[in-house]
Design a protein around this ligand. Structure first.
Ligand code: HEM
Ligand code: SF4
Ligand code: SF4
Length: 388
């Protein structure tokens, strides 16, 4: 379906859901549609990024296909989320080539390895690539420290800059039409919702993914992946602190905090990504969008490749294969960073902003309304209706 048709069909579904309201209380989406009488394109984008694809509503709904209403919120929202990842990314041509094509990561990975091999050969010659190195600063005997720092600083700026651009465009579209301010409380609440993946847990009972049996397994695998990734980031930051502030260069022994954090994070990502792939294979294609499922798989595989190549490098870092393994691992990290603003990786920035916006809507909806009785202001019930 084209974007316009999809948005129109989405609005139709949400109007029907707002009349039915059976799913009230399932997730933030159902609360949020109650605060609206009708839906704009931007509302649909916002709701799509609020939906956690738990599939509870689909399994509860009597109006799914073959019913003529053809209600299918998880599929609708998965399709709209895919549009989000393209619409808000810049430049658009990169979003088309790197985000839409499943081969985007593999092609970038290939060029990433070539670039890393060239940087190793350029800084330390063939010995940097083919000879075993041990002792302090062994990695830098492969690729010069300055070159490594400059290359990954540039890639990091590219990735974060891309996300920030997408975030500011997305926020312009989903922010309060009445320009109400976001306050600290909204950010804290939205952060709590994001870090706990509250809406991927069916309020503790579990959600209907991958089958209609309630389960919290997807949330657990997601936690392994996302917290694993954060541990790996912490390991890299700590490594930079040891190398550049304390002047103790890598490699570090296995019991060193830098390595321990890296191992824990890597294991989390490997178990979590394999788990997510298994669940995806079991999930009902009727509720999934094929394009969204493929882009999710590409992202999962990209994370898996980075974690596996990192672990292999750790195991073989004292052998003659170290130079080549370093080029492969750094090539995979470079590919992940370079494609990050255009792939499913960007989901976390849009989801995070949608949850903050939801926390704001929730606060405004539940705050007491002040009316004047004579000259006295009196606090009454809450503003539960109306668009904010
Ligand atoms: C604000 C923080 C985050 C939130 C709220 C969030 C939320 C979600 C949700 C609801 C899903 C399932 C629905 C969907 O596929 O879109 C998902 C999928 C996924 N997320 Fe996250 N996420 C966050 C951060 C991260 C991070 C930091 C990573 C890893 C670096 C990550 C990795 C994944 C992966 C691998 C999937 C599976 C994709 C698939 O099954 O197609 N997420 N995320
Ligand atoms: S998904 Fe189905 S059951 Fe749920 S509110 Fe919409 S129409 Fe009603
Ligand atoms: S699939 Fe789950 S998260 Fe998405 S709208 Fe339905 S109940 Fe909410």
């Amino acid at each position: 379906m084209q974007s316009k048709e999809l948005l129109d069909d989405g609005k139709r579904q949400m109007r029907l859901c707002n009349a039915c309201r059976y799913c009230e209380g399932y997730c933030a989406v159902w609360q949020s549609i109650e605060w609206r009488r009708d839906f704009t394109d931007n509302d649909m984008t916002y709701l799509a990024n609020l939906c956690h694809d738990c599939r509870d509503c689909y399994h509860a709904c009597p109006f799914t296909t073959p019913h003529e209403f053809g209600i299918n919120p998880p599929k609708l929202f998965a399709q709209l989320r895919e549009d989000t990842y393209r619409k808000y990314a810049s430049p658009r041509i990169f979003a088309k080539v790197l985000g839409e094509k499943r081969s985007g990561f593999w092609i970038t990975f290939f060029f990433g390895i070539i670039l890393m091999v060239a940087l190793i050969l350029g800084t330390n010659g063939t010995s940097g690539l083919l000879e075993a190195k041990v002792g302090t600063g062994a990695f830098y005997k492969s690729m010069s420290e300055a070159v490594m720092i400059i290359a990954f600083l540039a890639l990091g700026i590219w990735m974060v800059g891309g996300w920030l651009t997408g975030m500011s465009r997305f926020w312009k579209d989903i922010k309060s039409a009445k320009s109400e301010k976001i306050i600290g409380k909204d950010i804290v609440k939205g952060t709590k919702y994001a870090l706990s993946l509250r809406y991927l847990g069916g309020e503790g009972a579990g959600c209907n993914y991958p089958t209609d049996e309630p389960s919290t397994i997807r949330r657990k695998f997601h936690h392994l992946v996302s917290y694993g990734f954060m541990l790996d980031l912490a390991s890299t930051a700590l490594g930079a602190f040891y190398a550049h502030i304390l002047h103790i260069p890598a490699p570090y022994p296995v019991y060193h905090p830098v390595v321990l954090l890296g191992i824990l994070g890597g294991i989390g990502i490997i178990i979590g990504t394999i788990g997510l792939l298994v669940l995806k294979a079991k999930s009902d294609p009727e509720i999934s969008d094929e394009k969204a499922a493929k882009s999710g798989t590409s992202f999962i595989v990209a994370l898996l490749v980075v974690a596996v190549t990192g672990m292999i490098l750790l195991l073989a870092r004292e052998t003659a294969a170290m130079g080549i393994l370093l080029a492969i691992h750094l090539g995979s990290v470079a590919a992940l960073f370079f494609t990050a603003p255009y792939t499913k990786f960007a989901h976390f920035v849009y989801r995070y902003l949608a949850l903050i916006r939801y926390a704001q809507e929730e606060r405004i909806a539940h705050q007491p309304v002040e009316v004047k009785v004579g000259k006295q202001p009196v606090k009454t019930g809450t503003t539960v209706a109306g668009k904010h």
